[in-house]
Ligand binder design. Structure first.
Ligand code: 13P
Length: 256
């Protein structure tokens, strides 16, 4: 059975006091209606990681960072290492998000190095892939996503791949309110499994948790989660309020 996950990417939102309020409220909700089957992860900004980890201790909700640097340590002003992230209590890190690819020019090679350093330091990885609108319109979705998966995960062992989940996030669906239809998402998720089978073997394709991200809301979560190859969601905007994030968590509990 593949692990099912609902993860929230807070992006550059929430001061520490706002972060505290959000996770306290989330914790209260989850205590009233417990998460029995699935994994829930919140990914606040670096500045709130330690506080959020503390508040969520014992709640079953896990914590992740949104990025890291590709070296262990050194003179890299402003950067954050895998060890620093681990020291906050976080267990996960998002790597390869389209906003990092776009605004910070992160390419496949750099993303691969980031995944490597994360795994070396025993951080689990949410590895994001996805095509832009232009690429989709030019019928390049499979080329782009296939290439991202291949380069991002190249040479990893089965054991390492067990510590990775993939998030398919079509760029045109992020923050736009334009969700991929369940069928559109399903098609790419099934394709990603085929690529993994071709690159490694069919146990990898079968066992990989693949999340969908891009305008997931309480109203559309269930339809997406019902698809056979969708194993949960990576949520942006809708995770910034405890109520809507919790409704998505409940949708996953209902479906899986
Ligand atoms: P939205 O849910 O706001 O579209 O963001 C998705 C996302 O980028 C999660 O990483």
């Amino acid at each position: 059975m593949r692990k099912k996950i609902v993860a929230g990417n807070w992006k550059m939102f929430k001061t520490n006091s706002e972060a505290v309020r959000l996770v306290q409220s989330l914790r209260t909700r989850v205590e009233k209606s417990p998460v029995k089957k699935n994994t829930v992860i919140v990914c606040p900004p670096y500045t709130a990681l330690e506080k959020v980890s503390g508040i969520l201790q014992g709640s079953g909700i896990q914590v992740g960072a949104q990025n890291l640097f590709w070296e262990e340590e050194g003179a890299y002003t402003g950067e954050i290492s895998a060890k620093m992230i681990k020291s906050t209590g976080a267990k996960w890190v998002i790597i390869g998000h389209s906003e990092r690819r776009r605004y910070f020019k992160e390419d496949e090679n750099l993303i691969h190095r980031k995944i490597q350093i994360a795994l070396k330091n025993k951080l689990k990885v949410i590895f994001c892939v996805g095509e832009t609108l232009e690429e989709r319109e030019e019928n390049l979705t499979k080329d782009i996503v296939g290439n991202q998966v291949e380069w991002g995960l190249k040479d990893f062992t089965h054991q390492q791949l067990n510590q990775v989940v993939i998030a398919y996030e079509p760029v045109w669906a992020i923050g736009t309110g334009k969700t991929a239809t369940p069928e559109q998402a399903q098609e790419v998720h099934a394709f990603i499994r085929d690529i993994l089978n071709a690159l490694f073997d069919d146990t990898v394709g079968r066992n990989m948790t693949i999340l969908y991200g891009g305008s997931v809301k309480p109203q559309n979560a269930e339809g997406l989660f019902q698809q056979p190859d969708i194993d949960g969601g990576l949520i942006g905007g809708a995770c910034l309020k405890a109520d809507s994030f919790h409704r998505i968590i409940k949708a996953a509990e209902k479906v899986y």
